[in-house]
Design a protein around this ligand. Structure first.
Ligand code: ZN
Length: 374
């Protein structure tokens, strides 16, 4: 056992959190389904615990004082309308004022959800401002509710507003950024981000996800964008059981070449840790060092093309035990700490059978490659 008070960071990494992020109330659902006569009321899977514990670990490791803390302010309707119509904001307001309930598809919220969702968007937008003005090198937003499933007119999959996508639009509008890339490693398809930018050639959207998990029939490899945006959407639907070998191979063969060709001026990572080995909803096998590795590869791209600018938005991840270690690994990579915390779970997970690239996974990556780089 040792304390980590000698940790130093080579990069200025922003750290956006708010106690109110943990007060978004997902009610007494049975996992991810509304309770009923055959579904005992309980705790919703998207409850504050995973993120609160990550916040706690960042404090316990003494990493927090090395980061650049920012208290988010609520986003205005005008900022949210960069992606969503006013009717969507009004709908969320009306469910909240009625006491809460399902705000779209599988997306419960409570009385304060609109205000807290504004704070999530506000955190991402503020992080974009800090990174674009050079005050921070990069930033991590530990927000709730998450955002990558939210479509312009629909709350979906525990997401109210499209936090990351609004951040992208804000970077383009307020800071004149021309090309932005999003790399989403949440185990579920980043359908909201894809939909928002599907015909937009200025935003390269990449999603690595478990094949056909959620939303149903979403995230196919053939969906590569439309119109002017053709070729600016890369879906990598990995089979269940994909681990370190599959993700790293997909990164090297698909993600990194696509980014090198696109040359983004800003990278946004909708980061879900439900692709980790201990997640109750996903069936992938990543461990914390894999998230650090992917972050480092994206930092290399960002250093070459985007002055190092990266924003991470926290998305899914439902293992209260393990999410904190994955999140800390990303933060350590972003901030380039001189000491890396030793994840106590990592060696267990690394030895799981199937962590190495399998022929099926290699073949899938080849198929995606042929579809995308045709
Ligand atoms: Zn997810």
């Amino acid at each position: 056992m040792q304390f980590h008070s000698d940790t130093k960071c080579a990069r200025r990494t922003g750290w956006v959190t708010s106690e109110l992020y943990y007060w978004h109330d997902t009610q007494n659902w049975c996992g991810f389904l509304e309770p009923g006569l055959t579904l005992q009321p309980g705790v919703h899977v998207e409850n504050p615990e995973t993120k609160r514990r990550m916040h706690g670990l960042v404090e316990a490791l003494d990493l927090a004082p090395r980061l650049h803390a920012l208290r988010p302010q609520p986003a205005s309707d005008e900022v949210i309308r960069l992606v969503h119509p006013q009717s969507h904001i009004d709908h969320i307001a009306s469910v909240c004022s009625g006491g809460g309930g399902d705000m779209g598809e599988l997306t419960p919220g409570g009385r304060a959800t609109l205000d807290i969702a504004r704070l999530a968007v506000g955190g991402v937008v503020a992080a974009v401002d800090k990174v674009m003005t050079g005050e921070w090198d990069n930033g991590y937003v530990l927000c709730r509710p998450p955002g990558h499933h939210a479509e312009p007119e629909k709350a979906m999959g525990f997401c109210i507003f499209a936090n990351a996508a609004i951040g992208v639009k804000h970077a383009q509008k307020a800071h004149g950024v021309e090309r932005v890339a999003t790399i989403d490693w949440d185990v579920h398809h980043g359908n909201g981000t894809e939909k928002i930018f599907y015909d937009d050639p200025s935003v390269l959207t990449i999603s690595l996800h478990q094949d056909n998990l959620y939303p149903p029939n979403s995230g196919a490899l053939a969906a590569t964008g439309e119109g002017a945006g053709k070729g600016a959407n890369l879906n990598i639907p990995l089979p269940p059981g994909s681990g370190s070998g599959a993700y790293r191979h997909a990164f090297e063969k698909l993600v990194l070449p696509a980014l090198e060709a696109f040359k983004p001026e800003l990278i946004v990572i909708p980061s879900g840790f439900d692709s980790c080995a201990l997640d109750p909803l996903g069936m992938q096998m990543l461990e914390s060092r894999d998230y650090a590795w992917m972050t480092e590869r994206l930092m290399e791209v960002a250093d070459r093309h985007a002055k190092g600018r990266i924003i991470v938005t926290h998305e899914g991840g439902y293992s209260a035990v393990y999410v904190p270690y994955c999140g800390v690994a990303v933060l350590e990579a972003l901030s380039e700490t001189n000491v890396r915390f030793e994840d106590p779970f990592a060696d267990f997970i690394a030895q799981y059978g199937g962590q190495s690239l399998t022929p099926d996974q290699e073949k899938l990556v080849k198929t995606v490659n042929d579809a995308f780089f045709q």
